[in-house]
Design a protein around this ligand. Structure first.
Ligand SMILES: [Zn+2]
Ligand SMILES: [Zn+2]
Length: 314
């Protein structure tokens, strides 16, 4: 069993407001809960603050997997409650760089004058890991990572249990430099991370008209996200990293326009803050990817936070 909850789905910069209240305005943050109580946090955008408040203080370990260190993916890190719990061990996994260590790069933000507390002064027991570092396990999660196409060191994560696979490719431009996308799977950025996944969270920041003006910025159009999902043969695509200038109605309109001309053989769902997805095996042995009712209580949040966020608050 794997439960995936979205706490922030917006890209580039937080965009709270009446026009984004349905899909949410917080930047990237996803919670992944396993059957044995292990919790992974994918990225530390502004959505991580409310996630941290939902966790019981009795937690002894939590793992944060950073895709990269652009501000919209780390801005909430200093507001994550477990970092201030001396009884909690917080592991932060993030991409290696040829210039500075992960700790040195995080310190650029988590130190004065940008932030009042230095990384090394946080009360928790902090452990940093640079990826890709081969495959590794956290609880019953088996995790692999790979560098993907985006400005600066950026990784995608493939998270597997014995019954389900989640692929996380939040900032990703696999169509960059390709005259006709997609090419073969061997030459497609991120393919190995996403292949056959039960659930793919993928960058879908732009419309196809917007993409031609933003080639090389590191993001995908919705059409490219769907072509990538088709190539990777995923079962369910959840679009992610919504452009901050796209109000809720635009996200509905963009998806309706694409679905009017294509019939994907997988489910497509626009990523919505507060949405939860249950992945795993049912008694018949079939694998399922079942959206839970939005805002329904999740097993791993039940102690202190009976409802997932209904709308962005900054
Ligand atoms: Zn981003
Ligand atoms: Zn980025």
């Amino acid at each position: 069993m794997m439960q995936v909850t979205l706490w922030g789905t917006r890209g580039s910069i937080a965009a709270p407001g009446a026009e984004t209240c349905r899909y949410g305005g917080n930047t990237a943050c996803v919670q992944v809960c396993g059957a044995n109580g292990a919790i992974l946090v994918l990225d530390a955008g502004t959505g991580i603050r409310r996630l941290g408040e939902s966790l019981p203080r009795s937690m002894r370990r939590i793992d944060i997997l950073l895709s990269h260190l652009h501000m919209d993916h780390i801005q909430g890190l200093g507001f994550f409650a477990p970092l201030y719990n001396p009884d909690c061990e917080v592991h932060i996994w993030g991409p290696a760089s040829p210039t500075l260590s992960l700790g040195e790069r995080l310190l650029r933000y988590l130190s004065p004058p940008l932030f009042p507390v230095r990384l090394r002064d946080l009360p928790c027991r902090l452990v940093l890991h640079e990826v890709p570092c081969g495959e590794f396990n956290v609880g019953d999660f088996h995790i692999s990572s790979a560098f993907i196409c985006h400005p600066g060191p950026t990784v995608g994560y493939r998270i597997a249990t014995s019954h389900a696979v989640l692929a996380y490719l939040t900032d990703h431009e696999p169509a960059l430099g390709v005259p006709r996308f997609p090419l073969t799977k061997e030459w497609t950025s991120g393919y190995a991370i996403a292949a056959g996944a039960d659930l793919l969270l993928h960058d879908a920041q732009y419309s196809s008209e917007e993409y031609v003006r933003c080639v090389g910025w590191g993001h995908s159009s919705l059409e490219h996200a769907m072509a990538f999902a088709t190539l990777a043969k995923v079962k369910h695509l959840v679009t992610f990293h919504h452009d901050p200038t796209h109000p809720d109605e635009d996200l509905d309109r963009l998806l309706a326009k694409v679905l009017a001309t294509t019939t994907p053989n997988f489910t497509v769902t626009p990523g919505r803050e507060g949405a939860s997805f249950l992945l795993g095996k049912i008694d018949t042995g079939r694998t399922r990817t079942r959206p839970l009712v939005a805002n329904k209580t999740s097993r791993c949040q039940r102690k202190r936070h009976p409802r997932a966020p209904k709308r962005a608050t900054m």
